[in-house]
Design a protein around this ligand. Structure first.
Ligand SMILES: [Zn+2]
Length: 366
């Protein structure tokens, strides 16, 4: 169990201090960090990097991979979880079986983390940006145009519109599952709108692919946990897997939290350009077990309301970057995706280690 002091330290208040936590634990463990910077800087003019850490034998054929901060602001709990796992590797609470290494991708989207957004410097959702090779950055879900005016108002906000948003689900008559799917699938036609997947492979996405290309040379089997927050019951993780995954065998290793990415059967939805599918498509000879570990925070409509208000402010208020960063909308994003609750924080840290234990147990058996 993390102490109060540990919680305070692990859940950093800024990107720079979260990164410093990673640097500190890696220095203690004598682990090398490989840092790849994007061109934009953070609010203190600091460089923004994705940091890659390798633990264990370089020639291992089996790898546990853990990534955080694909949605920038979710990097606050994601970084905490990664440092917490590293501390368990250091103390021996977690130990790897033979022929197994552990790699961390710390903050895929550092710009979004530093500036309290889910998206990157180009308003792209990086979990919609990894289209398979050859697929064009174009298109949008069938009903997106019907929801666009509502989701992406092109004027600054005036007053509260909470009930209007609630009415959306009823008025569009799409039904909750279809509306959820339409809103979240990813779109490539409207660069200022929600769930924009980008107009090309993002700098940050390229960093991930480059690093994997250099480091997956010996890997035959990879178990990958991509850390997210937002959807689902408070502090409880849903383990989201693709529809093609062997759900039954995954349940044996990871329990009943396994859910397929289907809008009617889970807290989530199918997406285009997801990081895990995009990576798997590029290394088809590796045996992948890819799981999105998504920790619930608040309910889906309030969550959408936050993202909509924040995007509206960012795109249409004309405010400068520092004013946007200090806005109540950005602060609400942080609280919505990283609730300031010790109970929530303990829950996510415990489960972040527990799922690694499950992976180690699976690898030890086989
Ligand atoms: Zn996310």
């Amino acid at each position: 169990m993390p102490s109060d002091v540990q919680l305070m330290r692990l859940f950093a208040k800024e990107y720079v201090s979260a990164r410093q936590n990673l640097l500190d634990i890696c220095e203690k463990m004598e682990l090398e960090i490989e840092s790849r910077a994007i061109t934009e800087n953070g609010p203190h003019e600091e460089a923004l990097t994705t940091d890659f850490v390798w633990y264990g034998p370089r020639d291992a054929s089996r790898l546990i991979l853990h990534s955080s901060g694909v949605h920038g602001v979710e990097g606050y709990p994601g970084s905490a979880a990664q440092v917490w796992i590293l501390e368990a590797l250091r103390s021996g609470e977690l130990s790897l079986p033979d022929d197994t290494a552990f790699a961390f991708i710390h903050i895929v989207n550092p710009w979004g983390m530093a500036w309290l957004r889910r998206v990157n410097e180009d308003n792209a959702d990086l979990n919609r940006n990894f289209l398979p090779p050859g697929e064009e950055y174009t298109g949008e879900p069938e009903h997106y145009a019907r929801l666009d005016a509502f989701l992406n108002p092109k004027t600054p906000a005036k007053g509260s519109e909470f009930y209007t948003l609630k009415a959306l689900w009823y008025s569009t008559r799409l039904g909750f599952a279809t509306a959820k799917q339409t809103v979240q699938e990813g779109q490539y036609n409207r660069p200022k709108a929600l769930q924009f997947g980008g107009s090309k492979l993002a700098n940050s996405s390229q960093h991930v692919l480059d690093w994997l290309g250099e480091n997956l040379v010996n890997a035959k089997k990879v178990i990958w946990f991509d850390f997210h927050t937002g959807l689902g019951p408070f502090g409880v993780d849903s383990l989201l897997v693709s529809e093609s995954a062997d759900k039954e065998s995954l349940k044996q290793s990871y329990g009943n939290r396994i859910q397929v990415l289907d809008p009617s059967k889970s807290v989530a939805y199918r997406i285009r350009g997801g990081i895990q599918a995009g990576v798997e498509a590029r290394w088809p000879d590796i045996e992948w077990t890819s799981i999105t570990q998504e920790f619930g925070t608040i309910k889906p409509i309030p969550l959408l309301r936050l993202a909509r208000a924040e995007n509206r402010l960012t795109q249409w208020s004309g405010k400068p970057p520092m004013a946007l960063l200090r806005s109540k909308e950005r602060q609400a994003m942080l609280n919505g995706f990283s609730p300031p609750s010790d109970k929530w924080r303990r829950m996510i840290l415990n489960r972040s280690r527990a799922i690694v234990k499950d992976a180690i147990a699976e690898l030890t058996k086989n």
